[in-house]
Ligand binder design. Structure first.
Ligand code: NAP
Ligand code: ZN
Ligand code: ZN
Length: 355
């Protein structure tokens, strides 16, 4: 008689939203046993991204519940499959927003796995390549990932500050590199949160003149410390006039709906408004604000594996990490509320020892 042999699973725990209306609560679930090329990480720290909040509240739609969020993961290798080459037990590895992709399409072959033509596999709120096994993220004790999707973590950086580099870091590094932003450019960074503070750090490290565009007067001193040479309070429209035609690029990290037109008008000829913030609702802008000065509006999604490793190595050389507030996992729901109110300096990171 034909018998199907059930693969042994690994019991683990985390925090999950059982549905879009519920707070995160303790949750037990199973991970697959490591295959020959898999790495098992015992998670040390996981950053809290605004995308986690959008997704647990199902603001982007198509949410898969129960949902264990978290895609800014740093952990220690507890097990490695027999064919794993990059890692040994005890090494520190990191996982960002992706855990797999088709590896065959043109984008994957170029290391642009985030744009996989056959659909990359997200670290959570996604399905494995079989199309039916849900993925669970880093608000958990352990995760098992193919070694190709595990990054090497430089040894000279504080690990809690490294975790947010896996999303907030690469999401801002990638467009700055793509558009060759650096010396001689004037860059506006819109919104000083997790992504915004990394955009300021990277853009100033690349030699650009950085202006912080923020709704929070209390963040002025920090923006200067992070590398901005100017701070502009956007809630007072009188402050915006002197910035007409001023920037070469604006990096827009705002998580809530906002009109792009006032910011488009701040762009000089050929200027580009780069959207990385992903408000759930459709955005609006005046076409005339684009037509004038041949401006563009563009978007950028995280970064591929090679560029993510490049970013981590750059951070190692320039001693760049995220500014973090480390929290206990039991405080995650309060942290979400604070993030929603713009009250985070500048990334919450969960200490997974508290799980
Ligand atoms: P965050 O830490 O909450 O920062 C967002 C910042 O936007 C806030 O600190 C605030 O800065 C500003 N802001 C919030 N509400 C605003 C409003 N109503 N009007 C104007 N400004 C407002 O969030 P995050 O983790 O950086 O994520 C930001 C966005 O990027 C989210 O939508 C997230 O989903 C998205 N994201 C996209 C990618 C990608 O690959 N493209 C990757 C990660 C995240 P001020 O106080 O300075 O105004
Ligand atoms: Zn993220
Ligand atoms: Zn692909």
């Amino acid at each position: 008689m034909l018998q199907t042999k059930k693969k042994k699973m690994i019991a683990t725990k985390g925090y999950a939203a059982l549905d879009a209306g519920s707070p995160l609560l303790p949750f037990s679930f199973e991970r697959r046993t490591p295959g020959p090329r898999d790495v098992q990480l015992e998670i040390l720290f996981c950053g809290v991204c605004h995308s986690d909040l959008h997704q647990v509240r199902n603001e982007w739609g198509r949410g898969i519940f129960p949902m264990v969020p978290g895609h800014e993961i740093v952990g220690r290798v507890a097990r490695a499959g027999e064919q794993v080459k990059k890692f040994s037990i005890g090494d520190v590895g990191a996982v960002g927003c992706l855990v797999d992709s088709c590896r065959e399409c043109d984008n994957c072959k170029q290391g642009l796995e985030q744009y996989c033509e056959n659909g990359a596999v997200g670290t959570y709120n996604s399905y494995e390549r079989d199309g039916k096994t849900p993925t669970y993220g880093g608000y958990s004790k352990t995760i098992i990932v193919h070694e190709d999707f595990v990054l090497k973590v430089p040894s000279n950086l504080a690990l809690e500050g490294v975790a947010p580099l896996l999303c907030a870091g690469i999401t801002t590094y990638s467009p700055l590199r793509h558009w060759h932003i650096g010396k001689g450019h004037k860059v506006g960074v819109l919104g000083l949160g997790g992504l915004g503070h990394m955009a300021v750090k990277f853009a100033s490290a690349f030699g650009a003149e950085v202006t912080m565009l923020s709704t929070s007067p209390s963040k002025e001193a920090d923006s200067k410390r992070l590398g901005a040479s100017k701070f502009v309070l956007t809630t007072d429209t009188a402050n915006l006039k002197p910035l007409r035609n001023y920037f070469d690029f604006i990096i827009d990290t705002v998580s809530a709906p906002h009109d792009y037109s006032p910011y488009l008008r701040m762009l000089n000829t050929n200027g580009v408004h780069i959207c990385v913030g992903a408000p759930p609702e459709p955005s609006q802008f005046r076409t005339m604000a684009l037509i004038a000065n041949r401006r563009s509006i563009a978007g950028s999604n995280i970064g591929g594996l090679p560029e993510t490793q490049e970013m981590l190595d750059f951070c190692s050389s320039y001693h760049i990490v995220s500014d973090v507030e480390v929290i206990d996992i039991k405080d995650i729901n309060a942290a979400f509320e604070r993030m929603l109110n713009g009250d985070v300096r500048y990334r919450f990171v969960i200490d997974m020892a508290t799980l």
